[in-house]
Design a protein around this ligand. Sequence first.
Ligand code: DX5
Ligand code: ZN
Length: 231
Amino acid sequence: MSFDRAIKIAPSILSADFANFGAECRAIEAQGCDWVHIDVMDGHFVPNLTFGPPLVAAIRPHVKTVMDVHLMIEPTDGFLEPFAKAGADRLTVHAEATSHLDRTIGAICDLGCQAGIALNPATPETEIEYLLDKIDLVCVMTVNPGFGGQSFLHSQIEKVRRLRAMIGDRPIHIEIDGGVTPDTAPLVAAAGADVLVAGSAVFKGGSVDAAEVYGSNIKAIRDAANTAIST
Ligand code: DX5
Ligand code: ZN
């Protein structure tokens, strides 16, 4: 998988029509998204329950870009292989959800998936310091995980800046997850983020039958982020 830091928009299907995931994935990709972000929640690590490996397998044929799977689950290790076999391109685990993060990241790499680490708002960026040569993404949670439609936590912008400095030229994406809109996207792009997860800001006002709304929502976020880094 080649690496570049161009701004990427990764809609979260948490805000999609749960009765129509395949068509929703085809619609957002047709409307220009770069990745498809899948928010897996277990009702234990986070106070919400969404979907598991069968869902990932079911939508895999409908996703032609990147299946970016965010595991908000604890424990994590037992589910790595099922999600990898289901077709995940990347597995992002929470630093807070495993006692042996290096071993978990190694297990993801051994499965042939890209490995990401997600950091909750209270978790410092130093958590990933000894894994910079094994991961391809760090996900900065800009909300407390569990639900879409929450307000963006501005405190996380400094964490993005520090991560950007720590990463240097390494091929590691900085992904932002939570409360991303055309208003907040420039703030994190200017701080060094390159992948923007957005659920409500992409799906609001649209549907599979009005997918052009998805396209204009995606464009608004991307343009706002690019404006911040081109000036
Ligand atoms: C939180 C979820 C949300 C979701 C994005 O656990 O991970 O951050 O992806 O939701 P919005 O874009 O609606 O804040
Ligand atoms: Zn997520």
